[in-house]
Design a protein around this ligand. Structure first.
Ligand code: RP5
Length: 168
């Protein structure tokens, strides 16, 4: 089994957030790989990874990083693959530092940026990209979305049971 999506994080301190992406791919039975690479601590390895990703069959890259989060942009600079960035909430600036670093890419090198700590949404977005050329993945996404709707239908059934004198 070869991975079709790659999850990269700047440090294992990002793992509690980035695990949400692993869990989603596991649930959807999508082969993935997960590794740590740092734009600041291992720049040469980041470059090797980004340059080799297409040849290894990777379709989408998810990169999570905190603080001065250069990782997603540096990867995007060296691959034609779509890169989804996950800003990780750090200690001082509540994740705004990473958000701006990941989101504010100069023209020509886009990084699709999800919410702070939004690793699950990054995984869903990656699947949506891959599903464009894969009918089986598209059917799984349709089923997943239907499941989300059921949750709100159930919520309304429970809210209907609430009793208040002035509730109409
Ligand atoms: C970033 O620096 C990592 O993505 C992490 O969010 C942050 C802190 O890294 P550690 O000092 O915890 O390894 O590169």
């Amino acid at each position: 089994m070869s991975p079709i999506v790659s999850i990269i994080m700047g440090s294992t301190s990002d793992l509690p957030v980035m695990e949400k992406a692993c869990q989603f791919f596991e649930e959807m039975e999508i082969p993935f790989e997960v590794n740590a690479l740092s734009a600041h601590r291992t720049p040469a390895e980041v470059s090797d990874f980004a340059r080799g990703a297409v040849a290894r069959g990777i379709k989408v890259i998810i990169a999570g990083a905190g603080m001065a989060a250069a990782l997603p942009g540096v990867i995007a600079a060296e691959t034609p693959l779509p890169v989804i960035g996950v800003p990780i909430k750090g200690s001082c600036l509540e994740g705004l530092d990473a958000t701006f670093a990941i989101m504010q890419m100069p023209p020509g090198i886009p990084v699709a940026t999800v919410a702070i700590n939004g690793a699950q949404n990054a995984a869903i977005l990656a699947m949506q990209m891959m599903a464009l050329g894969d009918e089986a993945l598209m059917q799984k996404l349709i089923a997943y979305k239907a499941g989300l709707k059921k949750k709100i239908v159930k919520a309304n059934e429970e809210l209907a049971k609430l009793e208040y004198k002035f509730k109409c």
